[in-house]
Design a protein around this ligand. Sequence first.
Ligand SMILES: [Zn+2]
Length: 90
Amino acid sequence: MFSRVERKESSREKRSVPAEVQCVARKKGERTGIKAGKHVLYEAIRCPRKELDAHLCAVHTNMVKRNGSLPFGVYTDPLTENDRKVFGDL
Ligand SMILES: [Zn+2]
């Protein structure tokens, strides 16, 4: 296994990560989404970290371990009911 060594070299670099290797967790975005009435719809922004395990980065893998699910789901998922609470009624 060499992935551990590889990661060390770029601890704080802002290199753009190819989408195929990015973590698939959805991230609550900046308020850059579409405005619908008084609500701002957040875009399905995916986590920009590199995936390490099962398409999730270490941070989100830990979230799943701790909470049993991702806070905002996977970026390819349609918005869930819980998302609607967060994002407002569509
Ligand atoms: Zn992630």
